[in-house]
Design a protein around this ligand. Structure first.
Ligand SMILES: Nc1ncnc2c1ncn2[C@@H]1O[C@H](COP(=O)(O)OP(=O)(O)O)[C@@H](O)[C@H]1O
Ligand SMILES: [Mg+2]
Length: 116
């Protein structure tokens, strides 16, 4: 997570975004594909940056990245931002592969499920 955040440091700076990283301590070890998880995290962070960059500067644009032990077998990582949030229409489709909303977004690949 620290690596992913490091890769976005410039974007945070350029867009005047305050990043808070709240990583839980004492998490159990998990077996993951660290490259894949980093990609997921980068995508979520990029979504947050996109959501924030058109927001007013005041109040402060913020991203909060957290980890927590959800239950004894699951670690949850979350990315929250102070953007306008995800609209209901988008929420319904957001987990559909290849759905994207922004004209420059990818939704994983440059394919579209059509207009909203
Ligand atoms: N943090 C966020 N705040 C507001 N809207 C978001 C956020 N994350 C995702 N979205 C909305 O959900 C859409 C789909 O996101 P995603 O699947 O990552 O595709 P992409 O970012 O390539 O458009 C985005 O285009 C955007 O409209
Ligand atoms: Mg995205």
């Amino acid at each position: 997570m620290e690596d992913a955040v490091g890769l976005c440091a410039n974007d945070f700076k350029q867009n005047n975004i305050n990043l808070e990283l709240a990583l839980a301590t004492n998490l159990p070890e998990v077996t993951i594909d660290d490259v894949q998880i980093e990609q997921v995290l980068l995508n979520l962070i990029r979504n947050s940056i996109d959501a924030l960059k058109d927001m007013p500067q005041n109040p402060q644009r913020q991203i909060l990245i957290q980890t927590r032990l959800k239950n004894p077998f699951q670690i949850e990582m979350s990315v929250n931002d102070t953007g306008s949030g995800i609209g209901e229409a988008i929420k319904e489709k957001i987990l559909t592969p290849f759905f994207y909303h922004q004209t420059n977004g990818t939704g994983m690949a440059y394919l579209s499920a059509g207009p909203l």
